[in-house]
Ligand binder design. Structure first.
Ligand code: ADP
Length: 848
């Protein structure tokens, strides 16, 4: 037992132990399993934690990198900011204008060099107040206080900061510079102060202020930008509105309402629009009158920016002077008119009795007189004529001066006009032994449109002077021309003499009025000193010019230039001259050349000899000439002797004598085919040579004309008995029937009853004057043949001529009457049914 028991026990014990073991194993397993789960969850947790830690680490890494970038950026930004600040201050320091910043307590924070310059040597540093700074400027005399105390100035400067916006302040520093202070509050209460250097502007402005005229500047909207004080003073009534920003129109409107401008009542709107138009489109200076009578001249100009700058000038003194001048001129002109009409009347009054004096003296000379009486009579005549020349000169001059001289252009022959002048002066030249020559350009037409009367006057003056101031040698009139434009010739006429000449210092002076050369050589000559003044004025009226060259002691050359249209009939047909060879003999070189130049273009071969001996010598060798032209007066052998010697050689060719005094050649006249008066008119020379050319016989016998049975009927209307007598005596030897009318009315009656061939009509007559009578006659003869009426007038003033010719008068002659002129007119108008009458050889003319 014991053993079984013991075995059973032991078995039971073993079973129990096994059960316990199994339980414990189970429990261990469960615990193990639990532990495994726990371990797994722990491991999961660890993995998770590790991931989190990992991402935290990389985030930290990233942040660290970012931070270091930020720090770098910050560093860079900082250094940029430092640099920028430095640059900013450097720049601010370089500018001329001052720049300063104050905090809200007006303590200086910073300032540039320019802002601190005025305080040089003064304790100014950041922290100082604006007020203290102003006081320092004032106390140390750095600023012009313009009479203000230091306190006043400082207070004013401080007070200025209180306004909003703060008004700019302009200060003048004692070193002469000007600054404008523009202060602005910043948002945080800081004060930014700019001091702009306006010294240059102030200089310009000071200059603008200093100009004596009003200056004004408007912008492109026509708003006032600025003006000077003078402008405000001129328009003082409008000055309350003259402020920057006001428009030009507003200034005018305000001015108008205050009576600033002299504008008729009711015309204000019109005036305003005119003035505005003028302002917008200025066309030169404008003048207007102010309400107080002052005159203002204004001128506006556009500025490059579209604005307008203007000047206003007070021209009242000039206007007053102008008005005074105008009044003086009116007075002078009326005095001048009075003078002119006085001269016209005086001329009439002087000429009427002079007609008697000169006319009667002329008639007296024709009677039988003893030598002493002849001398007296001729002296009366020549003195009377000289007096008339002076009166004419003075009258002409006053006419030109009164601008009453009118030119009467008409077709005329210039060469003939020159020739006539030369012929008129020929006797004087001949008496002094001077050669008077004309060299008219061969290729120049002779007919032009101009005032022949006035050109004749010019030529008479120049040639007359040349003859007057020349004792020996020659006077040469030379005419050349160029066609300046189609149909117009620019003519150069020169009058050259070999006389006393004019010293260079007198050359300008002689064209002045009443100017004569005062010298020993000149004193013996008469004259008014008006001739050249008139000549110059006449040529200037013809748009030409006069000049003179002279060599004292050797001679002078006066010239003038005029451009004249050619007359339609200007081109003269070239007349054929049938002569082949011509011998020309003249001792004067110029004469020989003129002849050669005139004949060569006609195909004539010209041989020239300077003396009779030369000519005879040539003829002895070669006598094959178709004609000989010889001068009359030559030293050693004259033309008459030469002709006789030629004939003695048995030569029969025609000889033409060129003489300045044909009457002296009467004795030998038979020897000559023709005697031509020097200077020779080209057409006359051609005509003669044509005749010699053999086309016509030398002297063509003309069938005796049928002599009409009645004489020419002449009616002379003249109220003055003396003049009737003079007229009657002048024509007493002529075969005419003469009837006088004592006034215009009688003239009209006699026109009907007497049926004259020609009427001489005085102009000033009682009852009916010559003009009215002429008009009445023209009315009566309407439709019938035209009766020539020639006015005889003592009126020498211009304007008369127009009135006279307008009355239907054909021509007019001024008194005193010249016998030759009267007879010339009568001969010209003698109708074929009346007996022609022969004029006597015109007597030698005396003096001009
Ligand atoms: P007048 O001949 O009546 O004195 P002019 O006006 O014609 O007046 O001339 C003015 C002056 O010019 C003359 O007095 C003379 O001194 C000078 N003069 C004019 N022409 C000539 C000339 N051809 N030669 C020299 N002097 C002359």
């Amino acid at each position: 037992m014991e053993l079984v028991e013991k075995l059973a026990q032991e078995r039971r014990a073993r079973l129990a132990a096994e059960r316990l073991l199994e339980q414990r194993s189970r429990e261990l397993f469960a615990a193990n399993e639990k532990l495994g789960l726990h371990a797994r969850s722990l491991s999961d947790q660890i993995v998770q934690q590790r991931d989190i830690a990992q991402s935290a680490v990389s985030e930290a890494e990233h942040l660290k990198q970012q931070q270091s970038r930020y720090i770098q950026d910050l560093d860079r930004a900082h250094s940029h900011a430092v640099m920028a600040e430095r640059r900013l201050w450097d720049s601010i320091n370089t500018i001329q204008d001052g720049f300063a910043v104050y905090d809200s307590d007006l303590r200086l924070v910073a300032a540039n060099g320019a802002a601190l310059r005025p305080y040089d040597g003064l304790p100014v540093a950041p922290g100082i107040t604006y007020g203290q700074q102003m006081r320092l400027l004032a106390e140390h005399g750095r600023i012009e206080l313009a009479g203000r105390s230091v306190d006043d100035f400082t207070e004013a400067m401080m007070a200025a900061l209180d306004s909003n916006p703060i008004e700019p302040v302009t200060l003048q520093f004692s070193n002469g510079t000007w600054f404008r202070f523009v202060n602005r509050r910043a948002r945080d209460g800081d004060l930014v102060s700019l001091g702009i250097n306006i010294t240059e502007q102030m200089r310009i402005w000071a200059a603008i202020e200093a100009i004596p005229d009003g200056f004004v500047l408007f912008d492109r909207e026509d708003r006032l930008l600025t003006c000077n004080q003078r402008f405000r003073d001129i328009f003082s009534l409008a000055s309350p509105v003259i402020k920057p920003g006001v428009t030009f129109e507003e200034i005018l409107q305000y001015g108008l309402s205050k009576g600033q401008f002299d504008v008729e009542e009711g015309r204000e709107a019109e005036w305003l629009s005119e003035r505005m138009a003028q302002h917008r489109a200025p066309d030169g200076p404008h003048e207007h009158r102010l309400g107080d009578g002052r005159w203002i001249r204004g001128q506006d100009h556009p500025t490059p920016d579209g604005g307008r700058v203007g000047l206003r000038m007070d021209i009242t003194p000039q206007k007053e002077a102008e008005e005074a001048l105008h009044a003086a001129r009116e007075a002078a002109e009326s005095a001048n008119r009075a003078k002119s009409s006085f001269l016209a009347n005086m001329s009439h009054e002087i000429r009427t009795p002079m007609n008697g004096v000169v006319g009667m003296a002329e008639l007296l000379c024709d009677t039988t007189l003893n030598p002493e009486q002849r001398l007296f009579a001729e002296t009366i005549r020549s003195s009377g004529e000289a007096l008339l020349v002076i009166i004419n000169d003075i009258l002409d001059y006053s006419k030109i001066e009164a601008e009453r001289l009118t030119l009467y252009p008409e077709p005329f022959d210039l060469e003939r006009t020159i020739h006539e002048v030369a012929m008129l002066l020929q006797p004087k030249a001949r008496a002094k032994g001077i050669d008077l020559m004309i060299d008219f350009d061969m290729f120049l037409p002779t007919r032009f449109i101009g005032d022949p009367g006035r050109l004749r006057q010019v030529l008479t003056n120049l040639v007359g002077n040349a003859v007057k101031f020349t004792e020996k040698g020659h006077v040469l009139i030379r005419v050349v021309g160029i066609e300046s434009e189609p149909g117009r010739q620019q003519l150069h006429v020169t009058v050259e003499d070999t006389g006393i000449g004019i010293a260079p210092e007198h050359l300008d002076h002689i064209f002045g009025e009443f100017n004569q050369v005062e010298s020993e050589a000149n004193r013996k000559f008469e004259g008014t000193g008006l001739g050249l003044a008139i000549t110059r004025r006449l040529i200037e009226r013809m748009d030409g010019a006069v000049w003179v060259d002279s060599d004292p002691g050797k001679g002078s050359c006066f010239g003038f230039r005029v451009t004249l249209p050619m007359a339609e009939d200007a081109v003269i047909p070239h007349l054929p001259i049938a002569l082949r060879r011509v011998l020309a003999v003249d001792d004067v070189f110029i004469n020989r050349t003129i002849i050669e130049r005139q004949l060569a273009p006609c195909g004539v071969q010209v041989s020239l000899c300077r003396s009779g001996a030369d000519a005879l010598d040539l003829l002895s060798r070669d006598s094959d000439f178709d004609a000989i032209l010889t001068d009359h007066t030559m030293p050693e052998m004259d033309g008459l002797t030469l002709a006789a010697r030629i004939r003695a050689m048995g030569l029969t060719m025609p000889i033409v004598l060129l003489s300045s005094n044909p009457t002296l050649a009467r004795d030998g006249a038979d020897t000559f085919a023709a005697i031509l008066q020097k200077p020779i008119l080209r057409s006359e020379l051609y005509r003669q040579l044509q005749e010699l050319g053999g086309v016509m016989p030398l002297r063509v016998p003309v069938a005796p004309p049928v002599v009409p049975s009645r004489s020419m009927r002449i009616l002379t209307a003249e109220d003055n008995r003396t003049n009737q007598l003079v007229f009657q005596k002048m024509v007493k030897e002529v075969d005419i029937e003469l009837v006088f009318a004592n006034n215009g009315r009688e003239a009209v009656e006699l026109f009907q009853s007497f049926r004259p061939d020609l009427i001489f009509m005085d102009i000033s007559m009682p009852e009916m004057d010559g003009r009215d009578a002429a008009r009445a006659i023209r009315a009566l003869e309407a439709g019938q043949s035209h009766l020539p009426i020639v006015a005889l007038t003592a009126h020498a003033m211009d304007g008369d001529a127009e009135g006279i010719l307008a009355a239907g008068i054909d021509r007019y002659m001024t008194k005193p009457l010249r016998r030759a002129a009267i007879l010339g007119v009568m001969a010209e108008f003698c109708p074929p049914e009346a007996r022609p009458f022969h004029l006597e050889e015109p007597e030698a003319m005396t003096g001009t």
